[in-house]
Design a protein around this ligand. Structure first.
Ligand code: ZN
Ligand code: ZN
Length: 379
């Protein structure tokens, strides 16, 4: 069954603005929302369809892909369109997004904020973020990378205590070791962190000269990373314990490596699928044959059926990117552009003229229905 056009589903034109798309979706979503259509299967189907259309059209990248390649761009073999890279969200997520309400939290806040909860005098080290750029080939095959970055590491001279070896930490006299002091504010007694020992309850008699008593030193660190197959821009890898060292015996934070995949000269990636455009000669398109096309794994032979039209998209199953969460692979989609020669020598011209005469006016497969319609205007 042919899928309905996303623009038609939302009742908008192909050049609709982002605002128009949102408005149209909002109107339809209210109309078909299952809450308003209890038990009506048609409405529920329609709600899913318009949500799917909106999911694609609201995203300028996905919309551009849809405009170029149509539904083929977003279809995976058989079932299982839900979830996974390139799949669709739960339609209700989009609904909430458009109508406000529970928004999706920024995952980075969880990762990179906070992390400094104190436990006694010790504190966990902060998490660090490292942005790593890799090529599409590395994303496809996996890679090993050595990265270097600065981090607060445990001072080796004092082993993180902040005290010169041999000297002891003494109880802070300002707070008596409690880490907090009381102060008077008008009628109230306010408890606050001891300013002398920063709440640690102890003071170092002879601070370590290497780290000025901090117990940590800013150092260059190098680590080896294994990049798994299938990562994409935005993928995060966690390297436990490679963030900043903790304070006063606190545990180290973690290092989060955020992947950025460089743009490729030929391939455009959409989830696990790869897209490319390849020019073919008009004679090949007419007669049919095979060409070698580039794929991530090397050359692949692509069969061009006779009578191929410009803009036809072919799918090479399993020639896309590996999926990060399984051994499934995406597809490679190839859109052919038919090249018409711009310079003809006299011999070639004569042959083509001969060909045109042999065709008469009858052979006009694409144009035929158009000229049929156009006739009505001329009559
Ligand atoms: Zn030190
Ligand atoms: Zn104190």
């Amino acid at each position: 069954m042919a899928k309905e056009d996303y623009y038609d589903l939302l009742g908008i034109s192909k050049d609709a603005s982002a605002e128009d798309i949102k408005k149209a979706y909002r109107k339809k979503a209210v109309q078909y929302h299952p809450d308003k259509n209890q038990g009506k299967k048609d409405a529920e189907e329609m709600f899913k369809k318009i949500s799917e259309a909106y999911e694609i059209l609201k995203d300028s990248d996905k919309r551009a892909t849809y405009d170029r390649y149509g539904h083929a761009a977003f279809q995976r073999g058989g079932m299982g369109r839900q979830g996974g890279a390139g799949g669709f969200h739960d339609p209700f997520d989009i609904f909430r997004e458009v109508f406000g309400g529970a928004g999706s939290g920024n995952i980075f806040e969880e990762f990179f904020g906070g992390g400094e909860s104190s436990r006694g005098g010790s504190r966990r080290g902060s998490d660090l973020r490292y942005d790593l750029e890799i090529t599409l080939g590395e994303a496809a095959n996996g890679a090993e990378k050595q990265i270097s970055f600065r981090r607060a590491a445990t001072c080796e001279n004092c082993r993180g205590s902040g005290a010169t070896p041999g000297s002891k930490a003494v109880t802070c006299t300002s707070c008596g070791g409690h880490g907090q002091v009381m102060s008077q504010r008008g009628f109230f007694s306010v408890r606050q962190t001891c300013p002398t020992c920063s709440g640690q309850g102890v003071r170092v008699e002879n601070p370590c000269k290497h780290c000025s008593g901090e117990g940590r030193i800013s150092k260059n660190s190098q680590i080896k990373l294994r990049i798994p197959k299938g990562v994409d821009t935005g993928s995060k890898l966690r390297s436990a314990g490679n963030g900043e060292a903790g304070i006063m015996g606190g545990t180290s934070g973690d290092l989060y490596v955020v992947i950025h995949v460089k743009e490729h000269e030929i391939f455009e990636r959409h989830g696990d699928d790869l897209f490319c455009e390849i020019p073919i000669k008009f004679t090949l398109a007419a007669i049919g044959g095979a060409i070698d096309v580039p794929s991530l794994g090397g050359k692949v032979s692509l069969k061009i059926p006779s009578g191929t039209q410009s803009g036809t998209t072919f799918r090479l199953r399993g020639h896309g990117m590996p999926n990060l969460r399984g051994n499934r692979k995406g597809d490679q989609l190839i859109r052919v552009q038919i090249e018409v020669p711009t310079k003809l020598n006299s011999d070639q011209r004569a042959k083509l003229e001969e060909f045109a005469i042999a065709c008469g006016d009858a052979d006009n497969p694409v144009g035929a229905s158009f000229f049929e319609k156009a006739k009505r205007f001329f009559d």
